[in-house]
Design a protein around this ligand. Structure first.
Ligand SMILES: Cc1cc2nc3c(=O)[nH]c(=O)nc-3n(C[C@H](O)[C@H](O)[C@H](O)COP(=O)(O)OP(=O)(O)OC[C@H]3O[C@@H](n4cnc5c(N)ncnc54)[C@H](O)[C@@H]3O)c2cc1C
Length: 335
């Protein structure tokens, strides 16, 4: 059996692994201490926060089918949020999410999706890949401690492009295209309160502000009762302040949130900040088509992730799904 190394255990990497595990020996390498990538949950008891992806939708039948077992096993549930669109602090539109267009969240946290998908897979956590070396027509994987982690026929990176180009072989025929994908940052502010704020909505898309999203994390199904808010900065604001002092960013985002929702959030019992250096691909509304797949059959190297399309969980799934099926047919033809 051929050996395939997958770098990154987010939605894209886990999807690729599930499709290829029947035809190859698949090993995932993940630099974090847990799986799921940007589908992440932060614990600060008694408060829990989904400080990365907030929810996912499933437009394609392939993704709807993929999610069925997770729904059955309660790893995900529908979040019927009262959703508003705000123009700064004014409600412009309000509607209830429901069964007609389901919005799913991991339960009891977004990280439950990665944990569910990781079952039965071989995954090395806390493993930061630094080099991939050509060795007798195989690829040798090397971590940041200079340890050799084995030889593989295929290597597929699902790390964000800026992180992939650090370790991926330049001989990869899509190297320049990979390198040209620029992602934008985002700050996530986590606020925990002993006493709930009387907000009239569960989730708000915010326009005309340096904040793009505010949600009542504790309104999602399967969460603890303690009242929590998640605030995301806009990508544009984050890009300008990506290296700013975290206390300054925290204080700015707290003030901006207070002005929008009309409550002083500096009174929260818990305030924390997370910086996502590579949060989303810049979404060009004029581009409707996803980018071509990056498979180099000659060198048996490939790259994929949400950045091939819209910077969403479903895009990460679709990229991994399509790429893995193409590689699978290649392996099946030439074992
Ligand atoms: C704040 C925020 C809010 C979001 N909200 C939503 C939302 O509401 N709905 C939605 O659909 N999407 C949302 N997204 C986007 C969504 O999270 C992503 O589209 C999706 O999770 C990307 O999956 P992926 O597998 O492509 O990448 P990732 O999840 O980033 O996985 C890549 C993995 O590679 C690992 N890695 C990187 N470098 C190395 C290395 N050298 N060695 C080993 N491992 C490495 C990383 O640790 C990571 O786990 C949000 C993202 C952020 C940051």
């Amino acid at each position: 059996m051929q050996r395939i190394a997958i770098i990154g255990a987010g939605m894209a990497g886990l999807t690729v692994a599930h499709i290829l595990k029947d035809v190859a020996e698949v090993v995932l390498f993940e630099k974090s201490r847990s799986v799921g990538g940007r589908m992440a949950t932060r614990y600060a008891d008694p408060f829990h926060f989904d400080h990365g992806a907030q929810f996912c939708t499933a437009k394609s039948s392939a993704f709807q089918q993929f999610l069925q077992p997770l729904l059955k096993q309660n790893a995900i549930a529908r979040w019927d949020a009262c959703f508003v669109e705000l123009e700064y602090n004014k409600v412009k539109r309000e509607y209830q999410w429901g069964a007609d267009y389901p919005h799913y969240v991991g339960t009891p946290g977004m990280n439950a999706i990665g944990k569910y998908l990781a079952q039965g897979l071989t995954i090395y956590l806390n493993t930061h890949i630094k080099k991939i070396i050509d060795h007798h027509h195989k690829w040798q994987i090397v971590n940041d401690k200079n340890e050799n982690l084995g030889a593989f026929e295929w290597v597929i990176t699902t790390a964000p492009p800026a992180q992939s180009v650090v370790f991926f072989p330049e001989i990869f025929s899509h190297f320049n295209a990979l390198n040209s994908n620029k992602m934008e940052g985002c700050f996530s502010l986590m606020l925990g309160f002993e006493k709930a704020l009387p907000l009239q909505w569960d989730a708000a898309l915010v326009r005309g502000a340096d904040i793009s999203w505010i949600s009542v994390n504790s309104s999602k199904p399967g969460r603890k009762n303690d009242f929590t808010l998640i605030v995301n900065s806009s990508n544009a604001w984050a890009e300008k302040h990506i290296n700013s002092d975290h206390e300054v960013v925290k204080s700015y985002l707290c003030d901006a949130t207070s002005n929008i929702i009309g409550y002083d959030v500096t009174q929260a019992n818990h305030i924390a900040l997370h910086r996502w250096r590579y949060a989303n691909i810049h979404d060009n509304p004029l581009t409707t088509e996803s980018k071509p797949l990056m498979i180099d059959r000659q060198h048996k190297l490939a790259a994929c992730g949400d950045w091939l399309d819209k910077g969403r969980i479903e895009a990460a799934f679709s990229a991994g799904y399509t790429l893995a099926h193409q590689i699978k047919s290649n392996i099946e033809i030439k074992p």
